[in-house]
Design a protein around this ligand. Structure first.
Ligand code: ADP
Ligand code: MG
Length: 717
């Protein structure tokens, strides 16, 4: 049993209390577990436990003016209290109070809260705040909050803070306790510099806490919320900028722009670069000419041609005598990139005496220039520089993989790799050549999903960003249809049949199974069953193939190759095909149980077609039909741009869907703040000013502490 001031019947001596004092010695034992569950361990945690929202109970009414479905506060005398039990439809206690004021009488009703009876006294006057409901015969207050009218209003009659609750602890607890503790700390050190606060007219930290927890002055509370939002944006920017300046202290190989080679490469392409590709490549090439490591995000829509940009800039790196590592999220994609790169670059004569060599390395496959080799042999050749560009999966990150002179690391579909894993590749010690001592490679990360600009500013603020918003000109827009009825499904199959007759191909994506534990097996079963059904019942005369995550890499590869070379008409697949598969002859993609996918996933899947010169269609087949689901599907029908869909996704689901990984410490940031461009700009400006004067934050210990906490708990990059 913890020795607590409470159990000794004392209030905590003010002089002994600090923000780090364990909350357990200042609260009743029954609150210890609930507080712990909410992550509140110290007095500091408690006063920084911010309200989730506010409830406006400030509309006062007299009984004769009550209106159904409004939230009001009335001041009334309890005339009579009665308690009933009913047994049907289930056991319930009903506590009812008859209330009166000078204008009339009404009732307050509470279900299953028999203990309230103790705190109600007939003949006394209370304030009641709650929802007015209509019964068949009258209007009554449903489970109102109440307080003795003689007491200072805390829970009724005004703007009320509502906190995140858990079993054993309610908002009432916080409304009572937090102001008491705040009283004990009349001043609190402010992590934000006073100049920043003054220039933006923001309240001090203490004033913010007061106004958030005791919302008596609506305007002050609004300002406090503004400060809280600003503070959260500010921390993100401070972190981003300090990561950036840390990066500036490192050294990377200088890669001169191989202008001649690049020109002959682009001249040899069967198409022109898009403006975005041209601009992004140039930005990357310029970055690599400097002696500091590039740290750049290539933020591009599906099909915008990110691979080409990566290939292009790799030429410069190889020409300068360095190697490139390209990390791909799946086996299939690694091999596909390997083939694409080798093909594109073998036509590019004049780079070296010998043709440029692209290697592929996955868990159990290795090849150099298309020839399969033993893994050990591969590693030996890589380490002496016999491979110029290596495309690989996680296998590439293993410690046993050593390079000769690794100059550039490219990560495709960045969110699938953990930060630490990538960090490993970026450490300079992975290269054996003496010339690499003290140097780290340049780093380019490419997104699978377009990241809304504002979100990129908040969470990827330490990266420079290049945008690919347009898709290559010849691309036709993809018609998107929702196939809801059986007739629609039939028409869809007929459409596929016609397309295949015309020489085209189709993808059919089988439903996502949500149970994560058996996910692999269930996918497999669902996909296999669907594959068999389609082959037997729907397309008996066509060649169908099956692709799922449980297949051996070599099997997957064989299926993909067969599909690419048109030996398969329809590829039935799990969402293995979600990322990056490029088969320009495919013109139809069917997504079964489409409502189970997120918008960005749907957009990715849709992006599997529309890659060639033929008109393409995406069929979304819902398995259910609830409003929010069709809302998403409708967004898909209306919107072609991945960036626009990403904005919609952000509004519908919040930032979690983009950052994906744990982001404790940032739960409070609403997506609204993250999208507030002005606020972010202010925050970035303020953070820049602080770091300019005090780069190591030596004069701002609280900010320094905050930053350290963030680096420990936040795993996005
Ligand atoms: P993503 O950005 O989704 O990774 P890819 O790099 O897979 O896109 O490119 C999609 C397709 O577009 C590929 O077949 C590629 O060859 C082609 N492509 C790339 N750039 C252009 C361009 N400028 N004009 C026409 N086609 C292009
Ligand atoms: Mg790609």
């Amino acid at each position: 049993m913890v020795d607590s001031w409470y159990t000794r019947g004392m209030t905590p001596p003010k002089s002994k209390l600090t923000l780090d004092t364990p909350i357990t010695i200042c609260t009743l034992a029954r609150y210890h577990a609930p507080l712990e569950a909410l992550g509140i361990r110290t007095v500091g945690d408690l006063i920084h436990y911010y309200p989730r929202r506010y409830e406006d109970l400030s509309t006062h009414a007299s009984i004769d003016t009550l209106m159904a479905d409004t939230k009001v506060t009335i001041t009334a005398t309890i005339e009579q209290i009665s308690e009933k039990r009913i047994f049907r439809p289930r056991m319930m206690t009903i506590l009812e109070a008859t209330l009166s004021d000078v204008t009339g009488t009404t009732r307050a009703v509470w279900f299953n809260q028999p203990w309230l009876k103790k705190s109600l006294q007939e003949g006394s006057v209370y304030r009641f705040s709650g929802l007015v409901k209509a019964s068949k015969k009258d209007l009554y207050l449903a489970s109102p909050a109440m307080e003795n009218a003689e007491k200072v209003a805390v829970h009724t009659g005004k703007l009320i803070a509502v906190y995140g609750e858990t079993t054993g602890i309610t908002s009432k607890y916080f409304r009572h306790q937090i102001p008491k503790f705040l009283e004990l700390f009349p001043t609190l050190p402010d992590p934000l510099p006073s100049t920043t606060l003054e220039s933006l007219h923001l309240p001090t930290h203490h004033a913010m806490l007061r106004a958030l927890h005791i919302p008596d002055d609506a305007e002050a509370t609004e300002r406090a919320r503004k400060r809280l939002s600003f503070e959260q944006c500010f921390y993100l920017q401070l972190r981003a900028l300090s990561l950036k300046s840390e990066n500036m202290l490192l050294q990377a190989p200088i890669i001169p722009m191989a202008a001649q080679l690049l020109k002959s490469f682009t001249d040899g392409l069967p198409f022109d670069l898009t403006d975005g590709q041209r601009k992004s490549s140039y930005q990357i090439l310029q970055d690599m000419e400097r002696g500091t490591p590039m740290n750049r995000l290539l933020n591009g829509d599906v099909g915008s041609g990110k691979t080409l940009v990566a290939t292009l800039v790799s030429i410069s790196v190889v020409a300068a005598g360095y190697q490139v590592a390209l990390l791909a999220p799946t086996e299939v994609l690694a091999r596909q990139h390997g083939i694409t790169l080798q093909n594109m670059l073998s036509q590019n004569v004049g780079l070296k005496d010998a043709p440029l060599r692209v290697g592929v390395l996955t868990k159990d496959y290795a090849s150099i220039a298309g020839q399969e080799v033993k893994k050990k042999e591969f590693l030996g050749i890589l380490a002496v520089g016999g491979v110029d560009i290596v495309v690989g999966t996680h296998a590439l990150i293993q410690d046993t993989v050593e390079f000769h002179k690794l100059g550039l690391v490219v990560v495709d579909e960045q969110h699938r790799f953990g930060v630490n894993q990538r960090g490993k590749l970026l450490s300079g010690s992975r290269s054996l050549h003496d010339g690499m001592r003290g140097l780290v490679p340049h780093f380019l990360t490419m997104t699978a999903t377009p990241i809304p600009r504002t979100l990129a500013l908040s969470f990827f603020g330490h990266l420079d960003v290049s945008l690919l918003t347009e898709v290559p000109k010849h691309k036709k827009s993809i018609k998107t249809e929702v196939a809801l009825s059986a007739t629609a499904r039939k028409a869809m199959y007929t459409h596929i049949l016609h397309e295949v007759r015309d020489g085209r191909q189709a993808f059919i994506v089988t439903p996502l199974v949500e149970d994560s534990e058996t996910i692999g097996m269930k996918h497999l079963k669902a996909a296999t069953a669907e594959y068999e059904r389609l082959q037997k019942e729907v397309f008996p005369n066509l060649k169908l193939g099956l692709l799922h995550g449980r297949m051996k890499p070599s099997e997957k590869d064989a299926v993909m190759q067969a599909f690419k070379s048109k030996k398969i008409d329809i590829l039935v697949a799990t969402q293995v095909i979600e990322v990056g598969i490029d088969v320009p002859n495919a013109t139809i993609v069917v997504i079964e149980a489409a409502e189970r996918f997120g918008l960005s996933q749907l957009h990715q899947l849709r992006g599997r077609v529309g890659r060639g010169e033929h008109a393409s269609t995406c069929y979304l087949v819902p398995s259910g039909d609830t409003p929010s689901e069709t809302q998403r599907l409708r967004a898909m029908m209306k919107t072609q741009s991945g960036f626009d869909l990403a904005e919609i996704d952000l509004k519908l689901r919040g930032p979690g869907g983009f950052i994906g990984t744990s982001q404790s410490g940032f739960d409070e940031i609403s997506s609204e703040n993250l999208m507030n461009v002005k606020l972010i700009a202010y925050a970035r400006e303020a953070a820049t000013q602080v770091l300019e004067k005090d780069p190591k934050l030596k004069k701002h210990p609280l900010l320094h502490q905050q930053l350290r906490a963030m680096n420990q708990s936040v795993h996005f990059e």
